[in-house]
Ligand binder design. Structure first.
Ligand code: SF4
Length: 227
């Protein structure tokens, strides 16, 4: 058994096994920390930075999904600095990404009283829908680049490696090799990526056709493209 580590989170003294992350430690006592990229079945990767916390004596905020507990640590999850950082990340995401199909993130926007006018000069991502196979559509204008789909396509589940990041900075996007169609990639259409996507950027083709106004009977023919 790993040794117990004693630490304090928001004034609560707790003991947790060595190797526990701050996010897990907080959750174990009912302290909720928001996160977007974190998923219970994926390796944490600290991509979104919404799960940051303040550590006594540390200069910078720490991503709680990847920071392990250590003896005597004092952690704060609700300081002004933490809240300001989380709110700013959400406001920036909201300025660039279509979050209309991401109910959990929309709820966070409300919880943090975000200001949708703060970054109005930012460019909203406008990327054409990839409708290149009978199983799923990919709408990267709704993608928050959480990396979950890439992880489950790779070492966290499927070992297929059909997709990964491409581009840099604002142009960063999830893509296949050389932006080929999914049919030309190593994709086996297992659906793991669709299952973990938090924003509706990846969607079953039938669901999408229904949203486009087709009848359930018509959606049987998923090779059909939407109007
Ligand atoms: S497509 Fe979905 S799962 Fe993949 S990075 Fe974008 S938001 Fe995350």
């Amino acid at each position: 058994m790993p040794d117990d580590i004693k630490l304090k989170i928001d004034g609560h003294e707790i003991n947790v096994p060595e190797g526990t992350t701050l996010l897990q430690a907080a959750n174990s006592i009912g302290v909720s920390i928001p996160s977007i990229c974190y998923h219970d079945h994926c390796k944490p990767n600290a991509v979104c930075r919404t799960c940051v916390v303040e550590l006594e004596g540390a200069r910078v905020l720490a991503a709680s999904c990847v920071t392990k507990v250590s003896e005597g640590m004092t952690v704060y999850t609700q300081t002004d600095r933490v809240n300001r950082s989380q709110r700013t990340i959400l406001e920036m995401l909201n300025s660039a990404v279509d979050l209309s199909d991401a109910p959990e993130i929309m709820e966070m926007l409300d919880d943090y009283s975000t200001n949708s006018e703060r970054f109005t000069s930012g460019n909203e991502r406008e990327i054409s829908i990839y409708d290149d196979n009978p199983m799923y559509i990919r709408d990267y204008s709704k993608c928050v680049l959480c990396w979950r789909c890439v992880q489950v396509c790779a070492d966290d589940a499927q070992y297929t490696y059909a997709i990964n990041f491409s581009g840099r900075g604002y142009e960063t996007q999830i893509s296949t090799f050389f932006d080929r169609t999914l049919l030309e990639s190593t994709c086996v259409f297992c659906g793991q990526c669709v299952g973990v996507c938090p924003t509706g950027a990846l969607k079953a083709k039938r669901e999408w056709l229904l949203e486009c106004g087709y009848s359930p009977e018509e959606t049987m023919f998923t090779e059909r493209n939407a109007p």
